[in-house]
Ligand binder design. Structure first.
Ligand SMILES: *Cc1c(COP(=O)(O)O)cnc(C)c1O
Length: 399
């Protein structure tokens, strides 16, 4: 590192500057090189021993780390205000690696009723196979989390906002509760992004993301990140090299490129989504809108306390039933009919159609998934174009 690099490491930088100047390398090119190499050479035996025995070395073997990873890590750790971070090949890679690293047989874990579907699977199906017991509790009530604590509780997993109705978890209250009981906390911060919510600042130990979403931001890569202390990273890294959820050097480079524009993208997405959510509330064809930024959201006060912006995802219920909603979703032109969120272009899905293969009607009801729910991730299109297109699609879906 040059003297300038050291100075930049120590300078306080706002997020907008951090994503541009928070990483450094020795090369003279402005765009960082992609180290497309699975393995790295040592120049002598002593160097080899050092490479092989240094945890999280970024120039030994790419499953252990890669120079491009290091650049992404230095930005993401500072964005989440943690000491360091680990990159994985997907968001689920980050979540399963972090959780499996931190629990052992006999431990108890508390998770939420509303998690990303594969996270729920991890808690309901995978952990019990290895002798870890799990309590699933309502996330909008810290008292229910408190009531679930046992002497052997090791970990509380939270995710906020969460699908399908963008229900929130009080991060500060959970962090205080956990710390009083010496319990570790993990927050999935994917739906908020580090620009809108900083869980570690509120006391959460480990922050995970699907970097497939806002951080990459272009619907082209899958990636994940685990942001935490150096001590926890050393522990989680051992599990990481064992499970092997590796981010390829090319995808790490694309993630780095995505990060450069993260603050401007999220800022515009916040504006667009808030405007669209407010507009949707006034449409006669729309029954109900769920968005943390709206005063009508049951936890709007909490949202304004722990979030500085409310993100891309809006859930809404179309007046009429499953068929009407299905026609509406097919009619929209400017939001692509696809899963995922947080990218440059808008996407939308008919929530009940998405789960029709995995859940029966009773399960959907229990999971709060109504047949007329739509989930939309608002992108960077002009807001007036989005309103016009969605307004037309709603009208044309009428029977
Ligand atoms: C997408 C997503 C994940 C999983 O991430 P992948 O990159 O698809 O593995 C986890 N949590 C949340 C909240 C997500 O939206």
């Amino acid at each position: 590192m040059t003297r300038l690099d050291h100075e930049l490491m120590d300078m306080h930088l706002e997020d907008e500057t951090l994503v541009l100047h928070g990483d450094h390398g020795d090369e003279l090119s402005i765009s960082p090189p992609i180290y497309y190499s699975a393995t790295f050479k040592a120049t002598d035996a002593e160097m080899f021993a050092d490479m092989a025995n240094t945890p999280r070395h970024t120039g030994f073997y790419t499953r252990y780390g890669n120079p491009v990873h290091q650049r992404v890590v230095s930005i993401l750790a500072r964005l989440e205000e943690t000491e360091t971070a680990l990159l994985t090949g997907s968001g689920m890679g980050a979540i399963s690696t972090a959780v499996l690293a931190l629990v052992k047989a006999g431990d108890h874990v508390i998770a939420q009723t509303r998690h990303y579907m594969s996270t729920t699977k991890l808690f309901e199906e995978v952990l019990p196979k290895f002798g870890v017991s799990v309590s699933i509790v309502d996330q909008d009530d810290v008292a229910s989390i408190k009531a679930a604590i046992r002497p052997e509780t090791r970990l509380i997993m939270v995710e906020t906002p969460a699908n399908p109705t963008l229900v929130l978890t009080d991060l500060k209250a959970v962090a205080e509760l956990a710390s009083a009981h010496h319990i570790l906390t993990i927050a999935d911060n994917t739906l908020a992004s580090p620009l809108n919510q900083k869980p570690h600042r509120l006391g959460i130990d480990v922050v995970v993301h699907s970097a497939t979403k806002y951080l990459g931001g272009h619907h082209d890569i899958t990636a994940g990140v685990i942001c935490c202390s150096e001590a926890l990273a050393d522990e989680i890294w051992k599990m990481h090299t064992t499970l092997g959820s590796v981010l390829s050097p090319m995808d790490a480079w694309l993630l780095l490129r995505g990060l450069r524009t993260l603050p401007v993208r999220v800022s515009r997405i916040n504006q667009n989504a808030l405007a669209l959510a407010g507009w949707l509330e006034q449409q006669p064809e729309v029954e109900r809108v769920f968005y943390p930024g709206l005063e009508s959201h049951p936890q709007h006060a909490l949202a304004t306390r722990q979030m500085s912006g409310f993100g891309a995802v809006i859930a809404f219920a179309v007046r009429g039933g499953y068929d009407m909603t299905s026609r509406f979703v097919s009619n929209v032109r400017l939001a692509t009919h696809a899963v995922s969120l947080g990218g440059v272009d808008s996407l939308l899905v008919h929530t009940a159609a998405m789960w029709s293969g995995t859940m029966n009607e009773a399960q959907m009801k229990a999971a709060n998934i109504a047949p007329n729910f739509v989930r939309m991730s608002v992108g960077l299109e002009h807001i007036e174009d989005l309103k016009r297109d969605i307004g037309r699609a709603l009208r044309e879906a009428q029977p």
